[in-house]
Design a protein around this ligand. Structure first.
Ligand SMILES: Nc1ncnc2c1ncn2[C@@H]1O[C@H](COP(=O)(O)OP(=O)(O)OP(=O)(O)O)[C@@H](O)[C@H]1O
Ligand SMILES: [Mg+2]
Length: 364
């Protein structure tokens, strides 16, 4: 075989391989970014499967749209709960589909991916995430603590020796991380997040207004009327629809900002408690840095109106929301590819030897 042919063969092979991927698979949202192409997947972490055949019917937004209106044999599941794999098979199937959607054209293998995990996950939970990624044909998977990725993505330099605090408010977890020198000094995740507000809104409307609503409707109320501080215009309202609790028939009611605020408060108080508790009893030097620098917020939950002001009052620290806070973690993960030494140092998992050797075959 002549050299040219061998070369062409290798080139064709490379076309089948998408390069570096950053994956932030949260319990509410999965975001995947590909080097050179930016964010290519930003979808709800849900999957629709056929109950009888087990076949995957849809994932992400398409599956979310089916939620609450599923065909008889179809169920829509959020397979990750509290940032942890609750349903292994479905998590695997979901990630597989998302990764496939992230790849361009004909490629069906990715050389490497960095993926975030919550600080508190056990080896078993981490292993479950890892095998889900391997199943999706990714050569080498690096697992990195979410707090560190969020901090880097929020603009904290890994070489900064002074401490910074990042609070990531996701769908079901609030992760508080204190980082310095590109390492986590202290981190704590509490199982409270922005979806708890949706649940509180649904509960309140069912009890006091006699209307059962779906999750997407509750989320819409939170985004449009929700606030962490008393609303400027408490009477501002929107009309929402659902099922009347008494008659079972379709119904519609007007919901005000004040009612939504009533549901938001208790959840936000828990978030504030989690932040306060994690930031209490830090070493004096770290506390001093945080006093100067305050807190950075990331995650979708940080987009709630008035949150900076509320947490500022509660913690007596300055609070600011990172740029595009929903993408902070994935951005931080992606930046790690530019700093191979740092990536190596912060990776939590040892490379599986066989897979690593396979992946090397694709490296230049
Ligand atoms: N504009 C907004 N206002 C209020 N809440 C919002 C807004 N946009 C998104 N959210 C909420 O942010 C949450 C999702 O945030 P994020 O994508 O950070 O979660 P996640 O990473 O999947 O969850 P977790 O980290 O708990 O696993 C959802 O509950 C969503 O309703
Ligand atoms: Mg998250």
């Amino acid at each position: 075989m002549n050299r040219t042919r061998a070369f062409v063969g290798l080139d064709a092979l490379r076309k089948l391989v998408s390069d570096s991927m950053a994956i932030d698979m949260g319990s509410a949202v999965t975001i995947i970014s590909v080097r050179g192409r930016g964010v290519v997947v930003d979808e709800p972490s849900v999957i629709a499967v056929n109950k009888i055949t087990g076949e995957v019917v849809a994932v992400g937004r398409e599956a979310r749209q089916m939620q609450g209106r599923e065909a008889r044999d179809v169920i829509v599941i959020a397979p990750l709960v509290d940032g942890v794999v609750a349903d292994f098979e479905r998590t695997q199937a979901m990630l597989d589909r998302f990764v496939r959607n992230a790849r361009s054209g004909i490629s069906h293998f990715s050389r490497r991916a960095v993926m975030s995990v919550l600080s508190g996950v056990t080896q078993v939970e981490q292993r479950a995430l890892l095998s889900a990624a391997e199943h999706a044909h990714i050569g080498r998977v690096y697992m990195v603590e979410e707090g560190l990725a969020a901090a880097i993505g929020a603009g904290v330099s890994p070489s900064d020796e002074r401490a910074s605090a990042v609070v990531d408010i996701g769908g079901s977890t609030t992760n508080v991380a204190v980082v310095a020198n590109g390492s986590i000094v202290h981190a704590n995740a509490e199982r409270v997040g922005s979806s708890d507000i949706d649940a509180a809104i649904m509960d309140r409307l069912r009890r006091y207004r006699g209307l059962t609503i779906g999750i997407p409707t509750a989320e819409r109320l939170k985004m449009e009327l929700g606030s962490a501080v008393p609303p400027d215009d408490p009477a501002q309202s929107i009309t929402i629809k659902g099922r009347d609790v008494q008659t079972g028939s379709p119904g519609a009611i007007e919901v005000t900002a004040e009612e939504v605020y009533g549901s938001t408060q208790a959840v936000m108080r828990k978030v504030a408690d989690a932040v306060r508790e994690t930031l209490a009893d830090l070493p004096a030097e770290v506390a001093a840095d945080l006093h100067d620098r305050g807190i950075i917020l990331t995650g979708g939950g940080s987009l709630l109106k008035g949150l900076e002001e509320y947490l500022g009052t509660e913690t007596r620290l300055s609070v600011r929301v990172a740029d595009e806070p929903r993408f902070a973690t994935v951005r931080g993960l992606m930046q790690l590819f530019d700093e191979p030494l740092l990536l190596r140092r912060v990776t939590r998992n040892e490379p599986p030897p066989l897979i690593d050797a396979e992946a090397r075959a694709f490296e230049n």
